[in-house]
Design a protein. Structure first.
Length: 537
């Protein structure tokens, strides 16, 4: 049988009594193959910088085991019991994690605590740039990743049974303090940039550090298992519907996340911590492209600090002989450049209370904007989310009929409800009285379901076309086109073509414009599209 990809023989410092483990699993793990099904095969995964992870195979069944490392450990680290409990809660709630099967606190079995979970067969991308796939598929993978992150942050802690899983408000402050203490405990060389960055972070914490959701703490694409084949071509009826909602969704692929791995750093805290960490590769120092591992950081400055701290922690475990990673000795190289990168980023934006007391809070909505956002959230919960199943069933049922060009009846009912509650044309300041910042946070909320923007008459391309007509249209044009668009009686489209190039991509445009005194000279060709947009409202 072929070896599991990404595994090797169990490394010397992580070896344990495999026979003892097999006997224990035969007794305690339901469904585990009994004798004489063949000896248990154990291989170690090369990934993972903290808790050693192993692939178990016996009698055609596969499992994954995670355990504490042997030897002296950093304070409060390697809590495999927490990993097991959070995965158990999430699996029960339908979130994509490997099914946890068994937790063992008896250190006499293999020398440390451990837990066993189902093996999930799929694709893991170790290189965050995902060079082995094309741009469309890469976009689909990252979109699925962010949708999964949003799903994680949407859970109610009480419904998961995870009250008290974290330590309450003040997550970012605790992170800075905790990781600084761990750095001081593990440091073998003084790195001035680390000390300077730690001091900056302590003085520049986000003003709102009280939000609490379940966070992963190490959320990145190489901690995700994707379906092995299900980056599939989307059903055309769904695709065309998406195009009517937003012309910029020009993709034909959809990916599916099978499992999110490595929950050691999970806790309750600020959701932006996960989002920031997931986007860290945009800031990663070019000199460290070959070492793209790390751990949690919260906001801009912390990319260098906390990622550098975890890199130093991996190196420290290498020095005392219990590091899991084969390349752990190389992580010392990462600390100084990461800390310096963090300092560089820290100069771009300050979260200090002094700054906010004079310039206002970051993303501060007006009172009207706050009230409208609350109304939108209530409407989404009461009407949008319950209608999602009905809309999906409509397109599944009519995917190969003429009805696919029409809108589900429930969509029109939702529009009337939104209009009656004053949740209509929120995108246009002259109509809604909202600022662009007010609307941006509302659009973030409505964007959680692909059909929701249309319910509020805030969907592309109508929004952009209405803005153009409002700002530059003649009175006659406004009466003929803008008014029925604002009322939701008609829909619009967007076309931009030239004879020789695909000028819908602005970088391809051949048309030019130059000032000539008080006038402008436009030099180019416009090739009018002959397709007709079908109005189905």
């Amino acid at each position: 049988m072929a070896a599991e990809p990404g595994t090797s023989e169990v490394r010397r410092q992580h070896r344990f009594d495999q026979g003892n483990l097999e006997r224990y699993l035969c007794r305690c793990l339901p469904g585990f193959p009994q004798q004489p099904a063949g000896a248990l095969s154990v291989r170690q995964y090369s990934s993972g910088q903290s808790n050693p992870t192993f692939y178990l195979q016996k009698g055609g069944k596969a499992y994954v085991l995670r355990k504490k490392p042997h030897g002296p450990l950093l304070p409060k680290a390697h809590k495999v019991d927490r990993e097991y409990s959070v995965q158990k809660a999430l699996f029960s709630a339908g979130f994509p994690v490997p099914e946890p099967l068994l937790y063992c606190s008896d250190v006499s079995v293999i020398g440390t605590e451990f837990y066993v979970m189902q093996h999930v067969q799929g694709r893991i991308f170790r290189d965050i740039s995902v060079p082995e796939v094309g741009p469309a598929e890469r976009s689909a993978l990252y979109l699925a990743m962010i949708e999964t992150l949003a799903q994680l942050h949407s859970f109610d802690l009480r419904s998961l049974g995870l009250q008290g899983y974290g330590r309450g408000p003040g997550y970012c402050r605790r992170q800075v303090s905790t990781w600084k203490r761990q750095y001081d405990a593990a440091a073998h060389t003084d790195i001035p940039a680390m000390n300077e960055l730690a001091e900056w972070l302590a003085n520049n914490l986000p003003p709102d550090d009280n939000e609490e959701v379940l966070i992963h703490g190490d959320f990145r694409i190489d901690n995700i298992i994707f379906h092995p084949t299900e980056v599939f071509e989307m059903n055309l009826s769904v695709y065309y519907f998406i195009l009517t909602v937003h012309w910029r969704f020009l993709f034909l692929f959809k990916a599916r996340v099978l499992a999110v791995l490595d929950w050691e750093l999970s806790t309750t805290g600020h959701p932006l911590a996960d989002l920031a960490y997931a986007t860290q590769f945009y800031f990663w120092p070019t000199s460290l492209k070959d070492l793209s591992q790390g751990s949690v950081f919260n906001f801009k400055g912390t990319i260098g600090f906390l990622t550098a701290l975890l890199s130093w922690g991996v190196y420290a475990r290498y020095l005392i002989g219990n590091a899991s990673a084969e390349n752990s000795h190389e992580f010392a190289k990462m600390v100084k450049p990461l800390a310096e990168k963090g300092l560089e980023l820290s100069k771009r934006l300050s979260f200090s209370s002094v700054q906010h007391s004079t310039s206002g809070e970051l993303f501060h909505q007006s009172r009207k904007g706050q009230e409208m956002l609350l109304k939108v959230k209530h409407f989404m919960k009461q009407h949008i989310y319950p209608a999602e199943k009905e809309i999906a069933e409509y397109y599944a049922k009519h995917g190969n009929t003429e009805e696919r060009w029409k809108k589900p009846p429930v969509l029109e009912k939702l529009k009337e409800l939104a209009k009656a509650e004053g949740l209509w044309n929120l995108f246009l300041p002259a109509v809604s009285g909202l600022s662009q910042l007010d609307y941006a946070l509302i659009a973030e909320e409505t964007g959680k379901r692909f059909f929701a923007p249309e319910v509020f008459n805030c969907h592309a391309p109508d929004t952009g076309n209405m803005e153009v007509l409002h700002m530059y249209g003649t009175e006659e044009q406004k009466k003929e086109w803008l008014e029925p668009l604002l009322e939701g009686k008609i829909s619009s489209c967007f076309c931009m073509t030239e004879p020789d190039v695909a000028s819908s991509d602005a970088t391809n445009m051949q048309c030019s414009i130059e000032r000539d005194g008080s006038s402008y000279v436009i030099n180019g060709k416009k090739w009018w599209s002959s397709g007709k947009y079908r109005n189905t409202t």
